[in-house]
Design a protein around this ligand. Structure first.
Ligand code: NAD
Ligand code: ADE
Length: 425
């Protein structure tokens, strides 16, 4: 890894952490072979030559590897955090001091610093935005509209961001095309499900050292993230109850073998709660009123508003830190409720986020979507677009090869048969 002669523009916690960050980035790279292949090609072909990219992503070792791909593809990149608690300070330092990538992120930053960092990225006048949750895009469309004319396109990493962007497009306010990376199959089937499934459990365990076996865990939301978490908690021996609002997903959870009920019925039974809905106040005031003494509340959804922390604060007479990222609320009626990582995504606040092997595919989608946007932005409308199917399949094939797996191909006879209707019983 090169050491930059002069640090890039930055606001990070401690540049002295750069060496440790460099080691962490290199360790992650070992599990990111698809991205490595793209980096090699980008370094030769330079498809992002002279492009300015503004990225608002979780500042992790995996994200650092994506930044290096974009830089080697010819882009100049500026990066800020997409969550105040998800930054790995050593990685941020390494990006600045060793790789020359402008980075604005500190773990534990307050709301003002969070938006100051987004604005530092916007000040680089990005032509492509890369967002995780749509805070950068929203800031650009509401407060920095003078910059919109230079933007050619963008990408969005997560479900909640895609939902917000579709709402913007629906209201006719989205000003440029955005590729919904989240919706690629090689993203959400693996990242949201297996990535969050493992890393949310990892975050809960690192924060608490709880024995999960025999505990009753309530998972709210049985989408891609909720399925992964429910499955992994069951694998650790927890008794898992699923709470859903969508009848099809509730039915799926039931036939996957989970008890399904509503939050009112589940609230008094859980030892551990994990919200994964992308929605608001899922653990609201009424549910909080029914919680068992000592219940642990965590969130894996994008924003920290799935647990009604305001209601909890109003019901509490005292708050105190029991361990790092573990906060106890003592309630007026004498019960105690514990919240992990300020209700922010527990896998990134209390652990290291998804393992690099899944981010390999998510970030391969990011890199290839930027290349696609550069090639075709002029022909695209200001809408939300899918990742082209051929890119998604190409990533799956490359991942299989990297994993040493083989798959079959249809014979000519099978292809003809699959297209015909005449052959029957
Ligand atoms: P999804 O749309 O597939 O699933 C969400 C599910 O929640 C849906 O089935 C929906 O019916 C259900 N739901 C909505 N409101 C509910 C309520 N009040 N009670 C119970 N269920 C409710 O979305 P997803 O891909 O699973 O993502 C969920 C959230 O996790 C999003 O905010 C997403 O951005 C975030 N996410 C986080 C990570 C991470 O690293 N922590 C990774 C990927 C996605
Ligand atoms: N989202 C979830 N896990 C992540 C990771 N390790 N890096 C970047 N974004 C993530």
């Amino acid at each position: 890894m090169a050491v930059a002669t002069k640090p890039a523009k930055h606001d990070v916690t401690d540049l002295g952490l750069a060496e440790a960050g460099g080691r962490r980035i290199a360790w992650a790279a070992r599990e990111m072979p698809v991205l490595a292949g793209i980096r090699e090609r980008f370094a030769k072909e330079r498809p992002l030559r002279d492009l300015r990219i503004g990225a608002c992503l979780h500042v992790t070792a995996e994200t650092a590897n994506l930044m290096l791909v974009l830089r080697d593809g010819g882009a100049s990149v500026a990066l800020c955090a997409s969550n105040p608690l998800s930054t790995q300070d050593d990685v941020a330092a390494a990006l600045v001091a060793r790789e020359g990538i402008a980075t604005f992120a500190r773990k534990g930053e307050d709301r003002d610093s969070y938006y100051a960092h987004i604005n530092a990225v916007l000040a680089t006048r990005p032509q492509i935005t890369m967002d995780d949750g749509a805070d950068l895009v929203t800031e650009l469309h509401t407060k920095r509209r003078e910059l919109l004319s230079e933007v050619r396109g963008g990408t969005e990493e997560t479900t909640t961001g895609v939902t917000r962007l579709r709402a913007m497009a629906g209201e006719g306010v989205l000003a440029y095309p955005i590729v919904a990376v989240n919706d690629a199959l090689t993203k959400h089937l693996f990242d949201n499900r297996y990535g969050t499934g493992q890393s949310a459990v990892d975050g809960i365990l690192r924060a608490t050292n709880l024995l999960l076996a025999g505990k009753t865990a309530v998972v709210a939301g049985y989408g891609w993230v909720g399925r992964g978490i429910a499955t992994r908690l069951r694998g650790m021996g927890s008794i898992v109850i699923v709470v859903e609002v969508d009848p099809l997903r509730a039915l799926e959870a039931a036939m996957d073998g989970f008890e399904v009920t509503n939050i009112a019925a589940a609230a008094g039974r859980g030892d551990l709660f994990v919200t994964a809905t992308g929605n608001l106040n899922v653990l609201g005031k009424e549910a909080i009123g029914c919680l068992k003494n000592g219940a642990i509340l965590t969130n894996a959804g994008h924003f920290n508003d799935e647990i009604d922390l305001r209601a909890l604060g109003e019901l509490a007479t005292e708050r105190r830190e029991l361990r790092p990222l573990v906060e106890e609320y003592r309630l007026r009626d004498g019960r105690s409720v514990v919240v992990l990582g300020e209700g922010r995504l527990v896998n990134l606040a209390a652990a290291e986020g998804h393992p690099p092997a899944v981010m390999d595919m998510s970030f391969a989608n990011q890199a290839l979507s930027v290349e696609h946007l550069v090639a075709s932005a002029k022909t695209l409308e200001p809408r939300v677009y899918p990742v082209p199917r051929e890119l998604d399949e190409d990533i799956a094939r490359r991942k299989l090869v990297a994993m040493g797996m083989k798959i079959d191909a249809l014979t000519d006879e099978q292809t003809t048969y699959a297209r015909s209707w005449k052959a029957g019983t």
